[in-house]
Ligand binder design. Sequence first.
Ligand SMILES: Cc1cc2nc3c(=O)[nH]c(=O)nc-3n(C[C@H](O)[C@H](O)[C@H](O)COP(=O)(O)OP(=O)(O)OC[C@H]3O[C@@H](n4cnc5c(N)ncnc54)[C@H](O)[C@@H]3O)c2cc1C
Length: 364
Amino acid sequence: MSIRRVNRFEQERGFITAQGIKRVARARDVSGLDAQVSQQVKQKPLKSLEQVEHRLLVVLHTKAGEVSTLDREVMYVARALAEIQGATEVHALVFGQPNEGLSWADYGVDRLHLVTDEVFDHYVPQAKAAAVSELYHELNAQRVLFGESELGDSDLARRFAVREGLSFGGELYEVTETSVRRASGNQRYQAQSELPQVMALEAGTTGDLDLEFVTAADSSVASAGVSVQAPQEDKFSLPSGDIPLVEADFVISAGNGVTNMDTFNRLAELLDATVGGSRVVVDDGKLPRERQVGATGQIVKASVYLAIGISGAVQHLQGIKDCNYVIAVNNDESCDMVKRADVSVIADAEEWMQGMIAKLEAAQ
Ligand SMILES: Cc1cc2nc3c(=O)[nH]c(=O)nc-3n(C[C@H](O)[C@H](O)[C@H](O)COP(=O)(O)OP(=O)(O)OC[C@H]3O[C@@H](n4cnc5c(N)ncnc54)[C@H](O)[C@@H]3O)c2cc1C
């Protein structure tokens, strides 16, 4: 078989391992979700390895207890590499307490190592790199994979590679069983190299996948094994309005369906959410240019993106591809934002916002 790419494959086709077995299929239409899907998931065969010769390590941080789309992609890439090579386990080192019910077995991880010590909530990059090193040696891991994320994983990947003197590839958008690629020169050139020992992957390598098996995803709490002093630091929080969109965790965004910006701004204030908007709203002068979300605006990586009266044009959706949960409020149930959203409210925007404001004010 000649096609062995881990990513940039057509997802309908999946990818083909050295043994010629199709392992990954595109995520099914999940609009009907819930019982039906979880039943299907239960029926998937359990992946078990009789012999383990290699181990791959994925390092990630939870955000509000959740795992980002990017981190799921990194796990899928690790799984795909493991499948191609055979006799390879995928381990995940997770900083932060994950929410219960995360389906690690569906992400292709064989074993979880949770690092939940509160000291890691502080800015302790050397200690984190030391924790990764410890597990790397304990597992004798062949490669370590990170997401290119401002949450700290980009920084950690580089620190770890330098600390261990390992080969490093960053900003990777393509991985095959033998090589990696990254774009350079404003996407005009591509740099290709052999598979490095430490890899930092860009978002969009695989998209969300639906593996044809589940893993045991055995959970164990890893000890960081390093004595870490929490640094003296003053914690302070910025008003949400002062947080740049790219760093905001909770974004409320207005589209052309928002007729009253005063109502919108009041709701944003009560929710303590950072404000964004579609290009139409920005072009209308209702929000400053730096608040535009989308391909020609800001790329948002929020845990929650609340889109009010936004149709979901492709340029806008490009700006929210890394958001964990999208909530759409729209009076058109067939619009693309509703299709993209995890939760949708089909309602008049002004009426819904007024209702929310009344409830939030009453709760104050
Ligand atoms: C080169 C290029 C780059 C672009 N870059 C960007 C970009 O970075 N970001 C971006 O956002 N756009 C961008 N655009 C524009 C993009 O194509 C869309 O035109 C724009 O995103 C639409 O904004 P909207 O959804 O707010 O407005 P509309 O398309 O007008 O949609 C309004 C939505 O509100 C809903 N609605 C209407 N009334 C109500 C109501 N009373 N209650 C509830 N819902 C209601 C409608 O059903 C509809 O879904 C770009 C376009 C081009 C050509």
